[in-house]
Design a protein around this ligand. Structure first.
Ligand SMILES: O=C(O)C1=C[C@@H](OP(=O)(O)O)[C@@H](O)[C@H](O)C1
Ligand SMILES: C=C(OP(=O)(O)O)C(=O)O
Length: 561
């Protein structure tokens, strides 16, 4: 999109290639090798987020280990070049090597090479009107991969954004064909525009076990892609090499690697720190694996999806309580829609082997995580007597539909017409509540902003796994809200926002290359005094490419340049 949108200004200028390097340096949180406890990645917390992160990075050994590669010759050949290109972790931020690597990483990502650094400038404004949230990222990933495991499916109304594009490229690497229909090529689209997005994805699948990729699979910024593709890669006869951007290469993969190895495959972290780059393959088989439930539910999703095409299936025993549990239910819903049976067991989940994925067409529902920003904007900044109406809100397995209940408990004037798939929200004064985000980690940034506007204390609890995302979102939101003038207390697994004591005032806050931070902080800008600048605005392309356009169309005073 170019030029102005209704009620606001959206300006795009050409800048320099954008990359993320901060997480690779600061955020290695879960080693995930058998020698490390994957559930205790962070040293005892002392109250300082930066101290906490620094210690976690030191514990993971990222600086010492990042030049190590696998000990088998084929592995070395496959990964040598890639490790050299993407080993941001060993270069200090601002060092010449970091800068050189940054450019290499940025231009290496096929789906995000077009990105330019952009800042969002948000001024106090009122919003009203109708908006449609983008299609669900989680369903789109699963539908594309399920279609890949099958013979062929048309996925309608997909989320056409950077993360699902990465999953599409992985399906192609495994031998499928993925055609995004009705939109422009990702490289030809503006980073922050909903315009040009595909209306369908036609997938000709690899039908069963994936083939061995010809090249490295680049999962870009997408944790879902990397986890789901790791288990798929475990099924190949050869080896696959998986990498991603600096953020993704700092996220935990170790428990999934251990599971693939337990199932007879080969799965290694090239730096031996449980993080990508990964080398995975050697025809993993069937069996039972134990896995922690409190690092990422995506490990379970990955194994269930892959298990269906093994001979005897895969059973996953959870060693610890499952966090983000609704995402496994999304998986099971998609599996069922593709004719694949899965079941809960007393200790986890099971999928039988020898099953066939089949669906001619699959329609993706709207995304409640994305809706949360629009609903929060309405709750804090709807014009007097007017409302924000969010369309595409049909009930599904998405845990993040809990945002409606959270807003309701905070005292928002909100109604969900489930039959019409519409949520209507008007501004009202909000009060602090306690929210357990064990099932809904992606809501933390939104709820933290709501807490900063509400009267009284908002306690966001059961949040340790929210530290393992694109950034450590607990620390990042604490830091940014403080910068905007809010009082917050950070605990190892909680973020407490002292709303009644806060008066937000505009400042420059860093999106840290994390789409959810950018969107949540932009909502805060609607009610902060003066101008709020959010850096890294282009990263909304991960899940909500038209976010700023949509906000501007609702009347937000926002410019992106
Ligand atoms: O499976 C999925 O689609 C997702 C699962 C969640 O991650 P974890 O299971 O790692 O918490 C969530 O945070 C992520 O945005 C999407
Ligand atoms: C954590 C997220 O996604 P992923 O794990 O796929 O990177 C997210 O979208 O907030």
């Amino acid at each position: 999109m170019e030029g102005a949108a209704t009620g606001g200004i959206v300006v795009f200028v050409v800048g320099t290639p954008t990359v993320q390097t901060d997480r690779a340096v600061a955020g290695s949180r879960v080693e995930g090798s058998r020698s490390a406890d994957p559930r205790s990645p962070i040293a005892p917390f002392t109250g300082s987020p930066s101290a906490c992160q620094t210690r976690a990075a030191a514990q993971s050994g990222i600086h010492a280990a990042d030049s190590a590669v696998g000990d088998r010759p084929v592995t070395e050949q496959l990964v040598e070049q890639d490790v050299e290109r993407v080993a941001v972790g060993s270069a200090g931020e601002g060092s010449p090597r970091a800068a050189a690597t940054a450019v290499a990483v940025g231009t290496h990502l096929p789906g995000r090479a077009h990105l330019r650094d952009m800042d969002a400038h948000v001024s106090p404004s009122r919003v009203a009107g109708r908006a449609r949230a983008p299609p669900s990222k989680s369903y789109t990933h699963r539908a594309i991969l399920a279609a890949g495991y099958g013979a062929g499916t048309t996925v309608t109304d997909p989320l056409d954004s950077a993360d699902p594009r990465a999953t599409g490229r992985a399906v192609e690497a495994f031998g499928g064909e993925v055609t995004w229909v009705g939109g422009d090529d990702a490289d030809d689209r503006d980073a922050d525009s909903a315009e040009g997005g595909a209306t369908a994805v036609e997938v000709a699948g690899f039908a069963g076990r994936p083939g061995t990729p010809d090249d490295v699979i680049d999962c870009a910024n997408s944790g879902t892609t990397m986890r789901l593709v790791t288990a798929a890669a475990g099924l190949t006869n050869g080896l696959a090499v998986l990498t991603g951007d600096g953020s993704l290469r700092s996220r935990p993969q170790g428990p999934l690697l251990d599971a693939v190895a337990d199932l007879g495959g080969r799965a290694e972290s090239t730096r031996r720190n449980g993080q990508a780059p990964l080398v995975v393959g050697d025809a993993m088989g069937s069996g039972t694996v134990a896995i922690p439930g409190d690092v990422s539910s995506q490990f379970v999703t990955a194994l269930l999806m892959a298990g269906a095409v093994t001979d005897e299936g895969i059973e996953v025993d959870l060693e610890t309580e499952l966090k983000s549990a609704p995402y496994v239910e999304i998986t099971r819903e998609v599996l069922a829609d593709f004719g694949v049976d899965s079941e809960r067991t007393e200790t986890g989940f099971r999928v039988h082997g020898g099953q066939t994925y089949a669906a001619d067409e699959y329609a993706v529902p709207g995304d409640f995580s994305s809706m949360s920003y629009l609903l929060a904007a309405g709750a804090v900044a709807a014009a007097d007597g007017e409302a924000v109406v969010v369309e595409g809100a049909r009930p599904s397995a998405q845990g993040d539909s809990a945002i409606v209940d959270v807003l309701d408990r905070m005292g928002a004037d909100i109604e969900w017409d489930e039959d019409a798939g519409e949520i209507t929200v008007r501004a009202s004064s909000l009060s602090g509540v306690e929210v357990d985000v064990g099932d809904t980690p992606d809501l933390l940034p939104t709820i933290a902003v709501l807490g900063a506007v509400a009267d009284g204390e908002t306690r966001i609890v059961n949040a340790e796994h929210v530290r393992y995302k694109e950034t450590d979102r607990v620390a990042a939101m604490a830091e940014s809200l403080e910068k905007l003038g809010a009082e917050v207390t950070e605990e190892p697994d909680a973020l407490i926002v002292h709303g009644g004591d806060s008066a937000l005032s505009g400042a420059t806050v860093h999106g840290r290359g994390d789409h959810r931070l950018v969107m949540a902080l932009a909502v805060a800008g609607l009610v902060a005094d003066g101008e709020t600048t959010v850096t890294g605005a282009e990263h909304v392309d991960v899940s909500f490419p038209g976010f700023f356009e949509t906000m501007a169309a609702l009347g937000a005073d926002v410019s992106v340049a």
